[in-house]
Structures are given as structure tokens and as C-alpha cells.
Write a protein that binds this ligand. Structure first.
Ligand code: FES
Length: 148
């Protein structure tokens, strides 16, 4: 049985403290929260639509825009940077002809993120929540091709 917004909302008490957990769960289930669904959330919790958006916008785990098929994140923390994570980032930018942080490409998005706590295995790259470690400028093409 597929989940609906309504079913997910019913898992939470309609109290302010449950707003964020509900937003996280809906975002995780559907990849993002559409405007129509955000209105359902606001109605359920009896908060203004602006409050639902404001809460969502503070947290990276809650997506309010439809995400590209491929979301690539590369760590730029000190240890990963020392191990050439910026060369990996440039390689990905060249491969897809995009710039890190651009929101314009509907298929792929590259984000530079801070330390993920796996510093000894850096550079760390995450593609759609799958973590790759010890990524190098030369190994990144092979990894990307598995996703295309
Ligand atoms: S610096 Fe990259 S995981 Fe810590």
C-alpha cells in the first residue's frame, strides 16, 4: 500500500512539536513537499502556511523543491580538502558541465558539504544517500557512470 500525505500526518499528533518530524517524514517519503502538500500539513497542524514553510526551510533534510534525479554531495571539510576533495568537485563540474550549488539543472545537483565524520576515509562523496569514500579525481568518473 502506498503512503499518502494523509496517512503520514495521522502518525503524528497535530501539535507544534510534531511539525518538523512530520515534514521530515513526508520529505523523505516523496523526495520533496509540494505546495499543495504543504498546505495539507499547515491545515493538519493548524498553522499558517508561512509557518510550515519557515520550519521546513531551516532544515536540509526537508526539501520543498523537487530534487534532481542525481544529488551529489562532496565533503569540503579540512581532511577531505587536504586529500583533494576540491579536485573531485572540479571533475564533477566538468563532467556534467555544472557548477556546485547551481539550482538550474533538473537532472543533477552538486553540493559542497561540511564534515560527515568519516574524515579518515576522505574525500567523501554522497550520491543520493549512497556514501563513497577515498574518492579521487580519477575514480570519480567510474562512480558517476554507474548512476547514469
Ligand atoms: S572532512 Fe570530510 S568527512 Fe570529515
Amino acid at each position: 500500500m502506498s503512503k499518502t500525505i494523509e496517512k503520514i500526518l495521522l502518525e503524528f499528533d497535530p501539535e507544534n512539536i510534531s511539525l518538523l518530524p512530520a515534514l521530515k517524514k513526508i520529505s523523505a517519503a516523496f523526495g520533496h513537499i509540494s505546495e499543495k502538500d504543504m498546505q495539507k500539513v499547515a491545515d493538519y497542524f493548524e498553522v499558517p502556511l508561512s509557518k510550515a514553510y519557515e520550519t521546513a526551510s531551516f532544515y536540509d533534510q526537508v526539501q520543498i523543491k523537487k530534487q534532481p534525479n542525481l544529488v551529489i554531495k562532496v565533503c569540503s571539510g579540512a581532511n577531505c580538502a587536504m586529500n583533494n576533495s576540491f579536485a573531485v568537485i572540479r571533475e564533477i563540474e566538468n563532467y556534467f558541465k555544472i557548477k556546485a550549488g547551481d539550482e538550474f539543472n533538473a537532472k543533477v545537483k552538486l553540493e559542497i558539504i561540511s564534515c560527515l565524520g568519516q574524515c579518515g576515509e576522505g574525500p567523501i562523496m554522497v550520491i543520493n544517500n549512497k556514501v563513497y569514500n577515498n574518492v579521487t579525481q580519477s575514480s570519480v568518473h567510474g562512480i558517476l557512470e554507474k548512476w547514469l
